[in-house]
Ligand binder design. Structure first.
Ligand code: ARG
Length: 461
């Protein structure tokens, strides 16, 4: 038999496969709270403008409340034949309260209804992710303060470059995550317009009050063009692109944790709580959570690209293609939620190995730049010349199999006669770190101040 919600002109019901490919109830039930909230706002507005009586409104409010309870306690009879969450709830309402329930869909279409519900859902998800991201930033800043002076090797090209502090490295991620928060907030602001009342695509002939429903649902204003409102999903794409970038940041940190925890680096240790063993190799401690966070970024970027590809080339206004907007958004939200929580756990859990970090920080002639800078400062050599002189000294030390600091003053003077013993003061890891006092540099005093600034800011809001 035909669908009771729209079957008036249909003689027969859909093929089994038609039903199956058409139904979204399997995944869009997640929108039930938003759907009820949207219907309540719509019904109150209909009553306000005289399209429903007060008795009808009271019945609708009570009916929707009961339906919410049914869904919450698992007794709601979800039906695939009713396609989606919107028709499931509306049909159940009529079943429970009769005629009044059948009036709810006045001046409304599923097209503006789903666009409204989905915006409400994404808005709430943004708020959740913002809170989680800030919690991770707090964890990173806390560890950064703890390790503001702990030397670690700074890399470029994954080759030891110059010493930095572990705190400085962790705070780099706090900066990245702060920009992710900015993008989330920005996405939220732009999506916060109400499509409700756009109806199917052209607006409605009923004297509705879109300002009233927009306000009731916490939107800043109603959308200004009904075609745009039911057809575009750029808010979901913006959300997914923001999540893709945030996941990319987490993935980079995850990759670093994998490296640091490897035997070859030996820079940090994760506790038993954040490692797994091997079913064959008894000695193993694998950083699976970090690897999964690294992988989730691929999945989230795929969700973004998937929806972008669905939307590309869709003519205005609504087409059923748009129903495919939900799964990528739900999937990416879940993946990032897990990733943020796992990353916060690992950041709190990990313990650096200070001796190993310090040893690596000074390896590979990591203070060669400090030597070149000394030649510029003390002998007034042009930097390019100083670079060349230092290169010759590195090459000499390499030939001897020793560090720069192990060369004698005579060795040095053979390359540059004006060098004095003062040069040895700048060749230690600690001296190198302490000298990097330029704004944003890695000097421990800078890092300590930055960590405190972040903690203050994060605790203030
Ligand atoms: N389940 C649909 C969706 O997610 C609701 C809108 C259906 N509209 C329509 N004209 N068939 O997009």
């Amino acid at each position: 038999t035909a669908n009771p919600q729209w079957g008036g002109r249909f003689a027969e019901g859909p093929a089994a496969i038609m039903k199956e490919i058409n139904a979204s109830i399997g995944f869009d039930q997640l929108l039930w709270r938003q759907d009820i909230e949207g219907s309540l706002a719509h019904a109150r507005m209909l009553q306000h403008v005289g399209l429903l009586t007060s008795e009808e409104l009271i019945a609708i409010e009570a009916g929707l409340k009961d339906i919410g309870a049914e869904i919450e306690n698992g007794t709601f009879p979800f039906s695939e034949a009713l396609e989606d969450i919107h028709m499931n709830i509306e049909s159940r309402l009529s079943e429970r309260i009769g005629e009044a329930g059948k009036r709810l869909h006045t001046a409304r279409s599923r097209n503006d209804q789903v666009a409204t519900d989905f915006r409400l859902w994404v808005r709430e998800a943004i708020d959740g992710l913002l809170g989680q991201t800030r919690a991770l930033m707090r964890a990173l800043a806390t560890r950064a303060l703890e390790f503001h002076a702990l030397p670690m090797p700074g890399f470029t090209h994954l080759q030891v470059a110059q010493p930095v502090t572990f705190g400085h490295h962790l705070l780099a991620y706090v900066e990245m995550l702060a920009r992710d928060c900015g993008r989330l907030a920005d996405t939220r602001k732009r999506l916060n317009e109400s499509p409700l009342g756009s109806a199917a695509l052209a607006g409605t002939s009923f004297p509705i009050d879109r300002q009233m429903t927009a306000r009731a649902l916490g939107f800043s204003r109603p959308t200004a063009n009904s075609l745009d409102a039911v057809s575009d999903r750029d808010f979901a794409l913006e959300y997914l692109s923001t999540l893709s970038i945030a996941a990319m940041h987490l993935s980079r940190l995850a990759e670093e944790i994998v490296q640091w925890a490897s035997g070859a680096f030996g820079m940090v240790r994760l506790s038993d709580a954040f490692t797994t063993g091997s079913s064959i190799m008894p000695q193993k401690r694998n950083p699976d959570a970090a690897e999964l966070v690294r992988a989730k970024s691929g999945r989230i970027a795929g969700d973004f690209l998937g929806l972008l590809t669905v939307m590309k080339g869709l003519p205005l206004a609504y087409a059923k293609d748009s129903q495919e907007d939900k799964e990528p958004v739900f999937d990416a939200t879940r993946a990032l939620t897990l990733s943020l929580a796992a990353m916060e756990g690992m950041v709190c859990d990990l313990q650096p190995c200070p001796e190993r970090m310090r040893a690596l920080a000074g390896s590979g002639f990591a203070t060669a730049t400090d030597l070149a800078d000394w030649l510029v400062r003390e002998l007034r050599l042009p930097f390019r010349t100083a670079h060349h002189v230092t290169g010759q000294l590195v090459s000499l030390a390499e030939a001897r199999g020793c560090d720069l600091a192990d060369l004698t003053l005579e060795d040095m003077q053979q390359v540059e006669p004006n060098i004095t013993a003062g040069v040895f003061d700048v060749l230690s890891v600690e001296a190198s770190l302490a000298s990097r006092t330029s704004y944003g540099g890695t000097a421990p005093a800078n890092v300590e101040a930055q960590a405190k600034r972040w903690l203050e800011e994060l605790n203030a809001t």
